[in-house]
Design a protein around this ligand. Structure first.
Ligand code: 5AD
Ligand code: SF4
Length: 474
């Protein structure tokens, strides 16, 4: 059955999924009549922007079937879209599943589904099969486009449906998506990762790199713009290696140039850039393209060249600092943010101090700091020089302090400046104010009205409050 299905073209696959949506819709409508009310769903997302985008696909399909979205997990259909990048992401899911089990006892018709990265990890499916029989549907990262079909199978049988694939190179376009935000959207430009950083589980659970065709990306963004989107975030595990394996290869820099031409689009962001593949041409493209935000998220992971080598990152401290220098030379106001891991196996006090030194030298606008988490199956998990937890905790706190001081200082230095701000919504506490976002991702609150949402204004940053500003329209 599977082999035959794998031979469908992406277009045939997409068509088939729409047929399943129709079939599921009928079953949902029968159940609605039985209960005398609409059926509800909740999609709970763990992890990164990729997962957030995938969840919008799940929401799109469930909505198409007639389900109505609700905020909490007391719903007829609950989907957990899981992450497994660090152990605590897994733990959260196990905890939530335990809680839902008792809720389901009182509401036996409820459907619980699990998908995403954690499902691709060895042992997880076995554990679910054995001890979490109340879970109805389990699938992974490679066949999310089959969601409609899997839901249909779930609705028409009482069995636990499990469909986790090891690999897949098919990209199925044009399935329904329901965005969380009206005026901004993530856009996948590629899936998977080929880098195998020695601590990271992503390449094992998301598979090898595959890029979407430029024409499909452009078409999607044009459609989004027509639907009111003014900001896109181009998503990939390593956007800098975009397009290498396409029949007609295209660099990420050139993709940016193409996206920049889209009329009506106002802002372009992207995530994530691996320093090893960051080209001079990308820096040039960022400088040339007026819609590309002056922001670069550039994961450092460690400031020690020795550790970077063991992490299999393919750059050293000098190369990293050189990229930062070039970025600032080309785009003087650019905001630079990063990811840092503390306590990678074998990290000494000297290595850690090198990280601190890079943080002080670069002066990041903000940084995500992570405690190293051992992921089974990665090379780092079997290294015998794991750093004791109390040492890691101490380093982590020291790093956090430096990062926060620098972020506050950087924000303070923007006081008095006039910057372009995209209005995202009314202020949650005071509806005489609107909340907008700077190119560097910080927010500013200022006097405004609802009709300003989705527009860009020049705003004077009057006062920095650390993580946000108070300002006024110029
Ligand atoms: N432990 C801690 N942090 C990790 N990351 C990836 N794998 C691990 C791990 N095993 C971090 C990296 C990456 C970010 C998304 O998550 O910093 O850039
Ligand atoms: Fe993980 Fe490295 Fe790939 Fe990023 S580039 S997803 S850290 S393996």
């Amino acid at each position: 059955m599977r082999d035959f299905e794998l031979n469908l073209t992406p277009e045939q696959e997409s068509k088939k999924q729409y047929e399943y949506m129709e079939k599921a819709k009928e079953l949902v409508s029968i159940k609605e009549k039985e209960l005398g009310r609409k059926l509800t769903f909740s999609v709970v997302t763990f992890g990164c922007q990729m997962n957030a985008r995938d969840s919008e696909k799940l929401v799109g399909i469930l909505t198409e079937m007639g389900y109505v979205e609700v905020e909490d997990e007391h719903a007829d259909f609950v989907m957990y879209n899981t992450c497994t990048v660090r152990e605590n992401a897994d733990n959260k899911v196990w905890g939530r599943l335990g809680y839902l089990q008792s809720y389901k006892k009182k509401n036996p018709h409820m459907i619980i589904g699990l998908c995403g990265c954690m499902m691709q990890e060895p042992g997880v499916v076995e554990k679910l099969k054995k001890s979490y029989k109340h879970v109805n549907l389990i699938f992974g990262t490679h066949n999310i486009y089959k969601f409609a079909e899997l839901v249909y199978r779930c609705l028409s049988s009482n069995k636990q449906i499990i469909d986790v694939w090891k690999e897949n190179d098919k990209i199925v376009e044009d399935l329904p998506i329901k965005r969380k935000f009206k005026f901004k959207s993530g856009v996948n430009i590629m899936f998977g990762c080929n880098n195998f950083c020695s601590y990271c589980i992503v390449p094992y659970v998301r598979g090898r790199e595959k890029s979407r065709e430029p024409k499909d990306i452009i078409r999607e963004i044009e459609g989004l713009v027509a639907d009111g989107v003014c900001e896109v975030m181009l998503l990939g595990q390593n956007v800098n290696s975009y397009g290498k394996n396409l029949d007609n290869p295209m660099s990420f820099a050139n993709l940016l140039r193409e996206v920049n031409k889209i009329e009506g689009l106002k802002r372009i962001r992207f995530m994530t850039s691996h320093p090893k593949d960051l080209s001079d041409d990308l820096i040039l493209a960022m400088k040339e393209c007026d819609k590309v935000c002056g922001h670069m998220h550039l994961p450092l992971q460690s400031g020690s060249s020795r550790i970077l080598k063991v992490m299999n990152r393919h750059y050293d401290k000098e190369k990293y600092l050189d990229i930062v220098r070039k970025l600032r030379e080309a785009i003087p106001d650019i905001a630079i943010t990063t990811d840092i891991i503390v306590g990678f196996p074998g990290e000494t006090e000297e290595d850690f101090e090198e990280t601190l030194n890079v943080v002080k030298e670069v002066e990041y606008d903000s940084a995500f700091t992570f405690i190293y988490s051992k992921r089974t199956g990665t090379p780092a998990a079997t290294m015998d020089n794991q750093v004791p937890h109390d040492v890691i905790k101490d380093r982590f706190n020291r790093l956090l302090k430096v990062v926060q001081e620098i972020s506050a200082k950087k924000a303070k230095s923007l006081e008095g400046k006039v910057v372009p701000v995209l209005v995202e919504g009314l202020n949650e506490h005071d509806d005489s104010l609107v909340t907008g976002r700077l190119e560097n991702n910080l927010v500013v609150h200022f006097k405004g009205t609802e009709d300003m949402i989705g527009q860009i204004y020049n705003v004077k940053l009057e006062e920095s409050k650390g993580f946000y500003f108070l300002g006024g329209i110029v």
